[in-house]
Design a binder for this molecule. Structure first.
Ligand code: NAD
Ligand code: UGA
Length: 434
């Protein structure tokens, strides 16, 4: 099939490359000329496992191309997927201006029957709103609109797409259903669940899934804080809870709080969409309230040992919001480093992949010193914070760190270490919930 992806960010690029890998002819379109120029050379602007292999491979065999031109990418396409950003707008409302800009431009170039599929995360009712919009701006076009929410997680995005827990399509016509089935046929054939629903259900499924996962995270973080009060160990508690198959072991790792471009904005958008209907999502509101102040846990652990942070040197290991990605959008590291700077601390930061991305997002990047390696960042530090669970940080040379640091505090925001080992190396240990 001929498929066009509008937007070549984390979702559009990964899903475009993967559709090509499944055998389709894919054109990826973006208005960002710099991004497209780099992609045309087979170079990925993002770090994602497997991308460096699949991207050049599919360009080479002629199944994947890149463009900034709607006139080039739209008329021939059987399916057009919208994968543009849907950031938080006023009061948490999902900002759909990028989606509508893409739909408007796309509509001008549609030629012959096309299925326009919204893959961007957008509130329940968006498919119907796009349909209405198309009727106004391009009534003569032969086009169906569908929803196909994307569930990939960064760092494992390619695997998530090619080995999905489920593919969801929200459709209102059998033509659209058939076209989407054909697009996903190689996965359906392998037995991955393919669920066809009405658009409203597909749209809500995405928000409900992200909010549920985020709720698990805020819940376990609350239990972790309580563990510290009563002398329990959250790793033991979470493991024991997770053995109950109804609960499951995933998304129970207590931490500095969840980050990333989506959980926060999607939770806020669900709350807002509820309010539009006069409905209050009380549990969803609570989960975001817990996460909003989560960064203070890390700051308070530092203060407990160092007192006033003014003039203290803090080594920060990890800027990405999770391991496996160079993405720092809504990373807890942003909040924590902001707070450290506000307290007058000197911050020495490192990350194996995310320093450049962090610099583009963090407004006070010029106040932070960046280093390639943990040991360089730790030089002269009063305390060391581990904020991202990179493999590189799981086996740090504690003796070498001890030799270069001034202080002896390690705050392990991802519970990567055992207290015993850290203390045996001469440090004071602060984990999360233990
Ligand atoms: P992103 O910001 O990385 O990428 C969006 C891309 O769209 C950018 O490259 C931008 O230049 C391009 N764009 C914007 N307007 C355009 C237009 N009119 N025409 C062509 N290109 C345009 O965003 P993302 O992280 O890929 O997320 C995209 C959507 O997918 C969001 O709704 C997000 O909630 C959802 N989502 C994201 C993830 C994730 O892990 N990042 C996972 C599932 C769903
Ligand atoms: C999340 C969902 O997992 C995807 O299914 C969804 O498609 C995506 O959001 C989206 O809509 O954008 P992502 O944000 O990439 O994916 O990453 P996750 O692995 O879910 O992690 C989110 C945050 O939770 C990270 O900060 C991570 O460190 C944290 N986390 C995760 C924990 O603190 N503990 C855990 O046990 C798991």
């Amino acid at each position: 099939m001929k498929i066009t992806m509008i937007g070549t960010g984390y979702v559009g690029l990964v899903t475009g490359v993967c559709f090509a890998e499944l055998g389709h002819m894919v054109t990826c379109l973006d208005i960002n000329e710099e991004k497209i120029a780099v992609l045309k050379k087979g170079v990925s602007p993002i770090y994602e496992a497997g991308m460096d292999e699949l991207l050049p491979k599919n360009i080479e065999v002629g199944r994947l191309s890149f463009t900034t031109s709607y006139a080039e990418a739209i008329p021939e396409a059987d399916l057009v997927f919208i994968c543009v950003q849907t950031p938080s707008g006023e009061y948490g409302k999902a900002n759909l201006s990028y989606v509508y800009a893409a739909v408007r431009e796309c509509a001008r170039h549609l030629d012959g029957y096309t299925v326009l599929i919204n893959k961007s995360t957008a509130p329940v009712g968006t498919v119907h709103a796009i349909k209405k919009f198309l009727k106004e701006v391009a009534p003569e076009k032969d086009c169906d609109v569908a929803s196909n929410p994307e569930f990939l997680a960064e760092g494992v995005a390619i695997k998530d797409f090619l080995e999905p827990d489920r593919v969801i399509v929200g459709v209102e016509s059998s033509r659209a259903e058939t076209a989407l089935k054909e697009a996903y046929f190689p996965l359906i054939e392998k037995g991955y669940p393919f669920l066809v629903t009405i658009p409203q259900s597909a749209e809500l499924m995405k928000y409900a899934s992200n909010s549920f996962l985020a709720m698990k995270l805020s819940f376990i973080n609350e239990v972790a804080d309580f563990c510290e009060l009563v002398g329990a160990d959250i790793k033991e508690v979470a493991y024991g809870m997770g053995l109950d198959k109804r609960i499951g072991t995933k998304y129970l790792q207590a931490s500095i709080g969840f980050g990333g471009s989506c959980f926060g904005k999607d939770v806020r958008a669900l709350i807002h969409r509820g309010e539009e209907e006069g409905y209050e999502f009380r549990m969803v509101k609570a989960l975001i309230a817990v996460n909003n102040v989560r960064y203070l846990t890390t700051i308070n652990k530092l203060k407990k040992h160092l007192g006033n942070l003014k003039g203290k040197t803090i080594a920060v290991l990890g800027l990405a919001y999770k391991a496996g990605t160079d993405d720092t959008r809504d990373s807890q590291s942003l909040r924590i480093i902001f707070e450290l700077l506000d307290h007058g601390a000197d911050v020495r930061a490192t990350d194996p992949k995310a320093i450049d991305h962090f610099k583009t997002l963090f407004p006070r990047a010029d106040e932070v010193n960046f280093f390639e390696k943990p040991q360089e960042a730790a030089q002269g530090a009063d305390a060391l914070l581990i904020l991202t669970e990179w493999d590189e940080y799981k086996n740090l040379d504690l003796t070498a760190l001890k030799n270069v640091m001034t202080g002896t505090v390690i705050v392990d925001g991802r519970n990567l270490y055992d207290r015993k080992n850290i203390e045996a190396a001469g440090f004071m240990y602060e984990g999360i919930g233990r």
